[in-house]
Design a protein around this ligand. Structure first.
Ligand code: ADP
Length: 609
C-alpha cells in the first residue's frame, strides 16, 4: 500500500509531466501552482511570474477568454472554444509563437462544497487546426475542380443511383441537382433503353464488362438528343468497388461532322468520277505518288503494270512539254502558289492527248511543303474543237482578205469616178461602202492576229522609238474621226524598244474603246508616267465603266460585257485579248481600273530602252 505522502509525490509528478498546460488559482485569482507544460507554453518561469493574479493582471490572458474565466471563478465547469493566440497582438511574451489553444476550467471544492482552488488548462491544438484547415482547403479545391470541369461528371453507387453530379452534367442533361441526385443514372437514356442501360451498368460495375469508353445516345430533360462518350473509373475501398465515376463528353457535333464529311467525300468522289477527273497526291517527304483510277485512265496506262514513280510519269509527258510541267511543279514547291497548266501526253499508241492539271501545295506547321495535291482531266477534245475553230477563223480571215482588198480598191476608184459627176447620192453610198469595207478590214485583221497569237506566229519587229511622239501622232489622227475631246500632254525622253506598229495598234485599240464606250461630250485623257525602268501609259475615259465581275474577264478572248446596253456596241471582243498579248510579249503589264457609270482607266507599261 502506498502512504499518503507517496501518493502526493506521485500526483505531483503526473501534474508536472502532463502535456496539458495547467494553472491553479485560489478564489481571489492568485496563481498558486503551474506545471512544466504551462511554463513551456507561455515561455515563462513560475518564479518570474511573482504574485500573478489573473483577475487583476490579465497579462497572459486573451481578451476573448476573459468572460469564460470570470464565469469559471464563479464555480462553473467551463469549456473555452479554440482561440487563436497571436503574441504580436495578444500575449506579448518573447518566444511565444502564434497558436491555437483550447481551454477548460473547473473548480476544486472541499467537503463543504466551498471552492478552494480553480484549475485552468490550455491545450495547444495548432497542429489539429492546421490539418483540419488543409483538409478543408483540399476538399474545396476538389469541389471547385469537379464543379468547373468542362466534362460532365457523375458519381453513382453500386445500384446505379446518382450520388453527385457536376454543373457540366446538369447543364448537359437539363436537370437541377435535386432532380438527379437519388435517381437511377439511366434517367438520361431514352425510355426504351433504360432497362438495358441498367443491365449494362450492373455488368460494368461488377467487372463483367470491361469497355473503358462507351458511346451512347442520351436525352435531356427537355427531350434533346445527344451523342455522348463516357469513360468510367471506380472508387474502391479495400479493393471493393463502392462508386463509379463517369466522365461524359458530348460528341454530337463531332458525330454530325463525321457524317457530313463522309457525305461530302462521297459527293466529291461522284463529282470527280462524273467529270472524269483524276486526283493525284504526292507525298513530298517520302517521295510517294498516288493516283486515283481516273489518272491511270487519262494517261492510258495499266494500273497493275505501271510502277508509279515521278520519273515514269515524266516519260508519259510529251518531250516538248516536260519543261513546262517540271518548272510549274518547281515554282509551286518554291513559292507555294497553286498552278494550272495544260500539256500534252503520249498514250500507248503514241497518240498525243491534251491534259489540264491544277495543283496545290500543302505545308506543315513549320511551313515545310509536305504534299502536293492535284486534279487532272483530259482536254484533248476541247483542244481539238478550239483548234478547229481557230483554223476556221484563220482560213476565213485569209479568204476574206483578198476580196476585201479588191472591194476597197474598187470602191476608192468608184468614189473618184463619182466625184466628177453630179451623182451626189451615189457618191454618199460609195463613201458608206468604203467605211464598212474599212471596218471589215479591221475585223479580218483582228481575226488574223488572234490566229497568229494562237499559232505562235505573232512576231515582234523591235525598234527604238519615242512613245510620246507615237501617242501624239495617233491622238491627232484619231481626233479627226471623233467629236470626243482627246487630251494628251507630251513627255520628253520616252524611248522604248518595241514593235512600233503593234504599240500603235494597242493605243488605237484603247483609244477607240474609250471613245466607243463614252458619251460624245466627254473627254478622253491620255497620260504618261515614267520611272527608272518603265513607262506607264494611262487612257482614261468618263464612259459607262465596267462592273467588278466583268473587270477580270474583259481581256479574255471573245469576251464582251453582256449588259443589254453594251449589246448595242459593235465589236467581236477580240481587241483587248490582242492588246494584252502584244503588251505581254513586250514584257509589259496591262490592267484596268473602272467604276460602273463613272469611267475606266486602262494602263499599260513598257520597258524603257
Ligand atoms: P470589243 O471589240 O467588243 O470592244 P474589246 O476586247 O476591245 O472588245 O473589249 C471587251 C469588252 O470590254 C467590251 O465589249 C466592253 O464591254 C468592255 N470595254 C472595253 N473597253 C471599255 C471601256 N473603255 N469602257 C467600258 N467598257 C469597255
Amino acid at each position: 500500500m502506498n502512504s499518503p505522502d507517496k501518493n502526493i509525490q506521485l500526483f505531483k509528478t503526473i501534474f508536472e509531466q502532463t502535456p496539458i498546460s495547467t494553472q491553479i488559482f485560489i478564489p481571489n485569482g492568485t496563481t498558486v501552482l503551474v506545471n512544466k507544460a504551462w511554463e513551456d507554453l507561455w515561455n515563462v518561469k513560475f518564479e518570474q511570474l511573482g504574485n500573478y493574479n489573473i483577475l487583476k493582471d490579465q497579462q497572459l490572458v486573451h481578451s476573448g477568454t476573459m468572460p469564460y474565466i470570470k464565469k469559471g471563478f464563479k464555480g462553473e465547469h467551463i469549456s473555452i472554444p479554440p482561440i487563436y493566440y497571436d503574441p504580436a497582438k495578444t500575449v506579448p511574451i518573447d518566444g511565444v509563437t502564434p497558436r491555437w489553444l483550447s481551454a477548460r476550467m473547473y473548480p476544486i471544492k472541499d467537503e463543504k462544497s466551498k471552492i478552494t482552488h480553480l484549475v485552468l488548462q490550455h491545450e495547444d491544438i495548432t497542429e489539429r487546426k492546421k490539418s483540419e484547415e488543409n483538409l478543408k482547403q483540399s476538399q474545396e479545391r476538389l469541389r471547385a475542380t469537379w464543379e468547373s470541369a468542362s466534362d460532365a461528371m457523375a458519381l453513382s453507387d453500386d445500384q446505379g443511383i446518382v450520388l453527385d453530379a457536376n454543373s457540366a452534367y446538369l447543364k448537359l442533361y437539363g436537370y437541377n441537382k435535386n432532380e438527379i441526385i437519388g435517381q437511377p443514372f439511366s434517367i438520361i437514356f431514352p425510355q426504351e433503353h433504360r432497362k438495358s442501360a441498367d443491365k449494362q451498368y450492373q455488368q460494368t460495375f461488377h467487372g463483367k464488362l470491361n469497355e473503358a469508353v462507351v458511346e451512347a445516345k442520351v436525352v435531356s430533360k427537355q427531350g434533346e438528343e445527344h451523342m455522348v462518350e463516357s469513360r468510367y473509373s471506380f472508387l474502391t475501398n479495400k479493393d471493393i468497388r463502392i462508386a463509379m465515376l463517369s466522365v461524359i463528353r458530348d460528341i454530337s457535333e463531332q458525330k454530325k461532322s463525321e457524317v457530313a464529311l463522309r457525305e461530302s467525300e462521297e459527293r466529291l468522289r461522284l463529282a470527280l468520277e462524273a467529270g472524269n477527273i483524276g486526283v493525284w497526291d504526292w507525298d513530298i517527304k517520302q517521295n510517294l505518288l498516288t493516283w486515283t483510277d481516273n489518272v491511270y485512265k487519262i494517261h492510258d496506262v495499266d494500273k497493275n503494270n505501271f510502277k508509279l514513280t515521278f520519273n515514269n510519269f515524266k516519260r508519259l509527258i510529251h518531250p516538248e512539254d516536260q519543261k513546262l510541267v517540271l518548272s510549274s511543279i518547281d515554282r509551286t514547291l518554291k513559292k507555294g502558289k497553286p498552278f494550272n497548266i495544260e500539256f500534252r501526253i503520249i498514250d500507248r499508241n503514241q497518240n498525243i492527248r491534251w491534259v489540264s492539271t491544277s495543283a496545290v501545295l500543302i505545308k506543315d506547321k513549320t511551313n515545310t511543303p509536305v504534299r502536293m495535291l492535284g486534279a487532272t482531266s483530259e482536254i484533248t477534245q476541247q483542244k481539238q474543237i478550239e483548234q478547229d475553230k481557230s483554223d476556221f477563223l484563220s482560213m476565213a480571215a485569209h479568204e476574206l482578205k483578198t476580196p476585201i482588198t479588191s472591194m476597197k480598191m474598187f470602191v476608192e476608184i468608184l468614189q473618184k469616178e463619182l466625184q466628177s459627176t453630179s451623182h451626189k447620192k451615189a457618191s454618199y453610198y460609195a463613201s458608206r461602202i468604203k467605211d464598212q469595207t474599212n471596218r471589215l478590214t479591221e475585223l479580218t485583221s483582228e481575226l488574223l492576229d488572234v490566229s497568229r497569237i494562237e499559232t505562235g506566229k505573232l512576231q515582234l519587229n523591235l525598234e527604238a522609238f519615242d512613245i510620246s511622239k507615237l501617242i501624239k501622232d495617233t491622238v491627232e489622227s484619231v481626233q479627226g474621226t471623233t467629236k470626243h475631246l482627246l487630251k494628251f500632254k507630251e513627255m520628253p525622253n520616252t524611248s522604248v524598244l518595241a514593235d512600233k506598229y503593234r504599240i500603235y495598234q494597242v493605243i488605237v485599240n484603247l483609244l477607240t474603246n474609250a471613245i466607243k464606250y463614252s458619251p460624245v461630250d466627254k473627254t478622253v485623257e491620255i497620260s504618261l508616267k515614267k520611272n527608272k525602268r518603265n513607262i506607264e501609259v494611262c487612257i482614261k475615259d468618263q464612259g459607262i465603266g465596267i462592273s467588278k465581275q466583268d473587270l477580270s474577264k474583259i481581256f479574255e478572248k471573245l469576251y464582251q460585257v453582256s449588259d443589254s446596253k453594251e449589246k448595242t456596241y459593235p465589236g467581236l471582243g477580240l481587241g483587248l485579248y490582242i492588246t494584252k498579248d502584244i503588251i505581254q510579249r513586250h514584257k509589259g503589264k496591262i490592267w484596268v481600273e473602272s467604276k460602273k457609270g463613272v469611267g475606266s482607266s486602262f494602263y499599260f507599261t513598257l520597258p524603257l530602252t
